[in-house]
Design a protein around this ligand. Sequence first.
Ligand code: SF4
Ligand code: SF4
Length: 383
Amino acid sequence: MFEKCSRKSISENQVRVNTNKGDKYYADLYRKCRKRIDYLRKKDNFAQEDFYARLAQEGISRRDFFKWISATTASLMLPVSFEPLLAQTIEVINRVPVIWANFQDCAGNSEALLRTDGPTVDELILDIISLEFHELLMAPSGEAAEQQLADAMTTFQGEYILFVEGSIPTADNGVYGTIGASGETYVEHITRLAADCAAIVAVGSCATFGGVPSAAPNPTGAKGVMDVVTGKPIVNIPACPANPSNILGVVLLYTMTGELPDLDPLLRPKFAFGTRIHDACERRVHFDVGNFVEEWGDEGAQKGYCLYKMGCKGPFTFNNCPTVKFNRETSWPVAAGHGCIGCSEPGFFDKFGAFEKPALYDSSYNPASDVFPVENIVVNGGK
Ligand code: SF4
Ligand code: SF4
């Protein structure tokens, strides 16, 4: 028997937990959001977008849109009274300018944002955000691109959110990554871009914790943004790639409140990274009773048993993959039959390098506990 762990049950649980913040907290937050939305409505240097016309054009009904609003409000850990505010936020979401900069990366996070066929509500919203600069998506290149970046930074000085994809090479004075005709190093580039932004959102494992470019022996001295930039508010959305739903969640919350979401000690938004993969996994009941897949394709695999012995790092990984999922919420890696490889944790990929070998842990581990003794993990096999 599988333990059913639907998005609805997780969301309800999150709201119940979060409601502990109390009525006054939410009343104050509601007022603050109301003021912020009114302020954004009055800003006039942005194109008017009729979002509902776009929805109709793409064949998405209002009913489906409001179902999406309900699910998203819950997944952002907000009470139902915020649903109308969230709908109004989408009407002004293009009034928050975004500059997206790429560094040492494969552009996989940008690729994850690009739609493949008919768009979902998430994709439509990401389509209408005010993306003022994105090397991969825009037409200009060379000097014209540099001019576009300079114009965006001047026009929206102090207002833009700086999205960063990729790690920053710091070794040997940063010579391993340069950009533009002047040979500006990536360290100089991010320092300049960060100086006038309102906040930084580091997207993907490389921008957050260094990711694959920082794997041993890390010849370029690759680092995540938070280890290079100081004095700016930073949100980390790790994973390889970051789930577009989590990127959208941060943009929605920032647009609505004017502030960054609640963060954990690793600067990850709690609404997305507050739960361990292992605790929301549909195979968890098998872990608890000791039903494991022992080799690929065996009877346990066919019965959907736990993948721990096949290398699943779900017990060590915080992310909302089991509830938010991928590919239009159809599936996620463990549902598809392969263990989690821990892509959203610091230390990926060295610490969790042996994808298909189990991690070992000492006897102090209690599977029912919220605290996992990560420092005691010895990965079997290494790189
Ligand atoms: S070890 Fe992996 S497959 Fe098994 S219950 Fe945990 S997350 Fe799910
Ligand atoms: S299931 Fe694990 S490896 Fe896969 S995307 Fe989620 S955190 Fe990363």
